[in-house]
Write a protein that binds this ligand. Structure first.
Ligand code: KIV
Ligand code: NA
Length: 264
């Protein structure tokens, strides 16, 4: 059996070969991503991508667990990290522990991720001390979009840098094995990456980070309006459109099913 990459192995990659991370919510895509990525994130972005929600705020813990199980079944090598959704961890370290234990036991994943810096440090420490590897997530934190007033790039105002740097220090000291930096200007991401002993994984946070992550459907070209920081590597939207159109035409013309597709 192939041994999975572990959270400590990812932590040890600080300053080394860049860490390759992608999201997956689904067994067949997990199988492909698993051949190339070190980390597969079952992100709560699945609420928007898979379920058409307007934000990640409504995503329930049970839904994260269902998709986490699918991704674990589809993969065998990558470290699978499952997002704790809004409401499942903020109330107390104990509440976070209960949610994280459900995720770990019911999916078999190797780590959880949660949003927040200094304010979540006690919770991160509580989980890590009890055997749960935690990936932190700072900068633009989509679960807080209602208090932040939308999705804004962080660190444009240099006065905010000390707060973000303190968040990064706090999650590292609390024992997080890595931290996602989302939606952050390059000089701030570079400063944080140089200052903390754990890997930074950037999304919209420049090549200064120790690794990168994107939402798979965004980089595959399935999102008709991708954010500026996304590089679109595939053209799945047009490819699916073309295939569906061809199928519809052939059903109407009775070209499908043909000889090969019929039981005689
Ligand atoms: O939910 C998600 O997909 C994420 C990544 C984009 C970091 O949190
Ligand atoms: Na997320």
């Amino acid at each position: 059996p192939v041994r999975r990459i572990t959270a400590p192995q990812i932590a040890a990659r600080k300053g080394g070969e860049p860490i390759v991370a992608l999201t997956s919510y689904h067994a067949h895509t997990a199988q492909i991503v698993d051949r190339h990525a070190d980390v597969i994130l079952v992100g709560d972005s699945l609420g928007m991508v898979m379920h058409g929600m307007d934000s990640t705020v409504p995503v329930p813990l049970d839904l994260m667990i269902m998709h986490g199980r699918a991704v674990m079944r589809g993969s065998r090598r990558a470290l699978v990290v499952v997002d704790l959704p809004f409401g499942a961890y903020e109330e107390s370290p104990q509440a976070a522990f209960r949610s994280a234990v459900r995720v770990m036991k019911e999916t078999g994943c190797g780590a959880v991720k949660l949003e927040g810096g200094a304010r979540m440090a006690d919770t991160i420490r509580f989980l890590v001390e009890r055997g749960i590897p935690v990936m932190a997530h700072i900068g633009l934190t989509p679960q807080s979009s209602n208090t932040l007033g939308g999705f804004k790039t962080q660190g444009r105002d240099q006065d905010s840098w000390p707060r973000h740097e303190a968040d990064a220090q706090a999650v590292a000291e609390a024992g997080a094995f890595a931290v996602v930096l989302e939606g952050m200007v390059e000089p701030l991401a570079a400063r944080i990456t140089a200052q903390i002993p754990i890997p930074t994984i950037g999304i919209g946070a420049s090549a200064a980070c120790d690794g990168q992550i994107l939402v798979l459907e965004d980089m595959l070209g399935l999102n008709p309006t991708p954010p500026k920081f996304v590089k679109v590597y595939g053209a799945l939207g047009p490819a699916i459109e073309e295939a569906v159109r061809a199928y519809a035409d052939e059903v109407k013309s009775r070209a499908f099913p043909a000889e090969d597709h019929v039981y005689r």
